[in-house]
Design a binder for this molecule. Structure first.
Ligand SMILES: [Zn+2]
Length: 226
């Protein structure tokens, strides 16, 4: 029972001594903190707390932790049909015969797929762009991944395209770009209902609101002719 007390004392004295967290008693500790601090949203103090937490774990637990990350990076696949993250060449959604393969919901990233799936209101499939047009960040139309989508549309495998990008300027620009690109084909192009506030990012919208905005989707041209 003495050990945790010692650890806590060590942590407190460490953080008091190093308010700027730039003087480490160990090079190994510093390297680990530097790696954690490179993650988004993790400051150096949080990084130190996480590293000290791992240090208290059994070696096997830490090994499992790091192996999981390596396995993820080395073995993850991107669905050849929709670009969603997958454990196989074609993801669970695209390979599900119960899903409507001709209705495609275009989203920016995998988190958006997860948010829409959580609503249990959508039975079509997805297309993950991987980015949205953002001139400020140097991201242009050529950075969007939509070759497979374009091929499906040209091969008349699509009846409805739902543009479900965030309601930011970048999202709107990308929606409009895709609309202009695919409007010449005989497909229905819709977008999420905006009467309800879905917030800037799909992943932060609550399930009921997001579900409702999918069910009540509107023709895309109505969204900019107002
Ligand atoms: Zn897929």
């Amino acid at each position: 029972m003495d050990k945790p007390t010692l650890d806590i004392t060590f942590e407190i004295s460490l953080s008091k001594k190093m308010m700027s967290i730039d003087q480490f008693p160990s090079r190994l500790l510093e390297d680990a903190v530097n790696e954690f601090a490179r993650l988004p949203g993790i400051g150096r103090k949080t990084a130190l707390r996480l590293v000290l937490h791992l240090l208290r774990q059994e070696t096997d637990e830490v090994r499992r932790f790091s192996n999981t990350i390596i396995q993820l990076k080395e073995n993850i696949l991107y669905c050849k049909s929709c670009n969603n993250i997958s454990d196989s060449e074609i993801c669970n959604i695209c390979s599900n015969p119960a899903r409507d393969q001709e209705t495609i919901c275009v989203v920016e990233n995998i988190r958006d797929v997860m948010a829409i799936e959580n609503t249990h209101q959508y039975r079509g499939i997805y297309h993950v762009l991987g980015a949205i047009i953002s001139p400020m960040d140097g991201i242009g139309p050529e950075d969007l991944k939509f070759n497979i989508l374009e091929k499906k549309i040209k091969n008349q495998q699509v009846t409805e395209l739902i543009l479900a990008l965030s309601t930011t300027m970048e999202g709107d620009t990308t929606n409009f770009y895709l609309y202009k690109k695919f409007n010449e084909f005989t497909i229905k192009i819709t977008t999420l209902a905006r009467g309800v506030s879905i917030g800037d990012e799909l992943e932060y919208a609550d399930e009921v609101t997001l579900g409702r905005s999918i069910i009540n989707r509107t023709p895309f041209q109505n969204s900019f002719s107002l």
